[in-house]
Design a protein around this ligand. Structure first.
Ligand SMILES: [Fe+2]
Length: 274
């Protein structure tokens, strides 16, 4: 492996990702998650990133996330097998992982969530950029989403998002559900002891964004104001939404996902979604 290569110029990395993706492609939804023989360089990336993230989580992650991470106890010394982490999450919250070759389309992703299954990648980011990845990788999926999914309250929210997407027929309704997902389960904050703390997977799995999220414009979590904000998944978020408690997150977002349909979303947005 060429230490100096970037992701774009590293044929070894491209081939390695394709090799791992091919295993996921051949894996049906009910098949066992493939075992991957990780290289020493991949273990090194995992060690470096997971150790640094765990240290930052103590000051910057919400209590529910921290408690779940403690229960799940994801190994930091080497890349764990996704199948092992999945089994532990299942025993804690009923959720499990499904192997995915890459980012899956939102409808397919949500149909997994409705079935208490989260599509996770099994490859790691390029070693030249250990603290940044444009695409979700296993560090994002396992440390970001997996820790949250080990908590029954977060797991219920993921399931409700999946069920809401299954009810949505119009593209506009589906897009709004995706937006609520983005600003909560990907980038959400909860106020604790007078400070914003992160539980969203994108933030808790990004050492860079953990350093910057408090510089965002942090707004109270409210669906109508969330509807007015645009987002870009390729950069640090300029606007974030903060619940005042886990209860408020469950009431506002869980309550929305539990009952929403095309008509209620159309009414919320104040415009036709047909
Ligand atoms: Fe994610």
């Amino acid at each position: 492996m060429q230490e100096q290569s970037t992701e774009a110029s590293d044929p070894y990395y491209e081939a390695r990702r394709a090799e791992i993706a091919a295993l996921a492609d051949r894996c049906g939804p009910d098949d066992p998650i493939p075992t991957i023989e990780y290289t020493e360089q991949e273990h090194e990336v995992w060690r470096l990133v997971s150790g640094k993230l765990a240290a930052r989580h103590r000051s910057d992650a919400t209590i529910e996330y921290l408690d779940a991470a403690e229960s799940l106890a994801i190994p930091q010394e080497q890349v764990p097998q996704l199948r092992d982490v999945s089994g532990r999450i299942e025993s804690l919250s009923g959720f499990r992982f499904r192997s995915a070759p890459a980012l899956v389309p939102f409808r397919q992703f949500c149909s997994g969530l409705a079935d208490s299954a989260f599509h996770s990648t099994q490859y790691l980011r390029h070693p030249s950029t250990p603290f940044y990845t444009a695409d979700p990788d296993m560090l994002h999926d396992v440390i970001g989403h997996g820790n949250a999914l080990a908590n029954k309250r977060f797991a219920r929210l993921y399931r409700l998002a999946g069920e809401a997407a299954a009810r949505a027929e119009s593209e506009a309704a589906l897009q709004f559900i995706a937006k609520v997902f983005w600003f909560t389960l990907e980038c959400g904050l909860i106020r604790e002891q007078g400070k914003p703390k992160a539980y969203g997977a994108t933030i808790v799995s990004s050492y860079g964004e953990l350093n910057h999220f408090r510089e965002a414009d942090i707004l109270p979590l409210e669906l109508k104001s969330l509807a007015d904000v645009e987002y870009d998944i390729s950069t640090y978020q300029k606007v974030l939404f903060e619940a005042d408690s886990m209860n408020q997150l469950e009431d506002t977002v869980g309550g929305f996902w539990e009952t929403c349909d095309d008509n209620s979303i159309e009414a919320l947005l104040g415009e036709s979604v047909c």
